[in-house]
Write a protein that binds this ligand. Structure first.
Ligand SMILES: Cc1ncc(C[n+]2csc(CCOP(=O)(O)OP(=O)(O)O)c2C)c(N)n1
Length: 309
């Protein structure tokens, strides 16, 4: 099926905009977390004017090439390094023109944690009116699954002969340190969490940052149908804290894990990327506990890090 062109602001009203936001014919792999995110974004966006800015990543490939696109809103593809700067520029021009356009920068973990970080940090520092969404599949997916600084300890990637020893970079803490109005992690397995945070972030002004754990069956070597279950297990076990941080100061835990080791072992065993290292819940638990103790202190709730399920 041919997609109609959407550039030049043609799909800027609710009536113009196709439902869903991500059209059929896109190139995403089956079970891609990005596809689920885009479906939920369609519900969150409602009738707002939205402009996407996408650096090199799988989301840039799914956009397609002019004059066809699988995105139902104006979309600018950029280099890694310029994404947050380009988004800042579009937001500034929209404001100067009196347009109420929400600029969303949609980037992978490689573009966010590593290659695009300089302009991301600069845009956050200037508190630009941009919603930056990092869909984190924990690898450079589009180029074959190489290690990024979001790759978790214990995972093997296409360019590592043995499992990554370093822990994942704490991107939420880094963004919170910029003291921007809103930073949050999002659970795709809890649709209400995803849509609520997307809406909140779309409604706020200034720099907002959302982090989305995004299953990648191709890179994680997992079953496409298991993606949401994997996110659920990551949330339940405490591996993926689902939180909000307001103005870099006020921490709120949105979903309370039960810190189940069984859930964590299940999460690991369902992905072949962890097979080589044989990493288990027992190996990951100390780091998870440490992280939660920090989060408890920051959210003002001093409770035992581990809770009996
Ligand atoms: C400066 C630069 N280095 C490398 C590349 C090649 N490249 C294109 S996409 C990509 C992977 C991006 O990974 P990520 O940002 O995690 O998004 P994903 O592909 O996983 O969606 C790379 C390395 C590039 N385009 N520009």
């Amino acid at each position: 099926m041919m997609n109609e062109p959407v550039l030049g602001g043609m799909a800027q009203t609710t009536l113009d905009r196709p439902d869903p936001l991500l059209r059929m014919g896109n190139t995403n792999c089956g079970g891609c977390g990005l596809s689920s995110l885009m479906q939920m974004m369609r519900h969150a966006v409602a009738d707002q004017r939205v402009h996407l800015v996408v650096p090199a990543c799988c989301a840039a490939v799914s956009a397609g090439i002019y004059p066809q696109s699988t995105y139902g809103v104006p979309t600018l593809l950029t280099t890694f390094a310029s994404a947050a700067a380009a988004a800042s520029g579009i937001a500034t021009v929209a404001r100067m023109n009196g347009e109420d356009t929400r600029v969303i920068c949609l980037a992978g973990d490689g573009g966010t944690y590593d290659i695009g970080f300089a302009t991301l940090s600069a845009a956050a520092d200037r508190n630009e009116d941009v919603l930056y969404i990092c869909y984190d599949n924990e690898i450079y997916g589009n180029t074959g699954g190489q290690r990024s600084s979001a790759t978790p300890a214990g995972a093997v990637t296409s360019n590592l002969s043995s499992a990554k020893p370093e822990e994942k970079k704490d991107i939420l803490a880094i963004m919170a340190a910029h003291r921007v109005p809103y930073v949050a992690s999002v659970s795709l397995a809890h649709a209400e969490d995803t849509v609520r945070k997307l809406r909140r972030a779309l409604d706020l002004k200034g720099f907002r940052f959302l982090h989305v754990l995004s299953p990648c069956p191709t890179g994680w070597k997992s079953e496409p149908a298991m993606g949401m279950e994997l996110v659920r297990l990551a949330v339940r076990s405490g591996l993926y804290p689902v939180i909000e941080i307001f103005d870099g100061k006020r921490y709120v835990v949105n979903i309370e894990p039960d810190f189940s080791d069984e859930a964590l072992d299940m999460y690991l065993s369902l992905q072949l990327r962890f097979q080589k290292s044989g990493i288990s819940a027992a190996g990951l638990r100390p780091a998870i506990d440490r992280h939660w103790q920090e989060l408890r202190a920051l959210s003002g709730r001093i409770v035992p890090a581990r809770r009996v399920a």
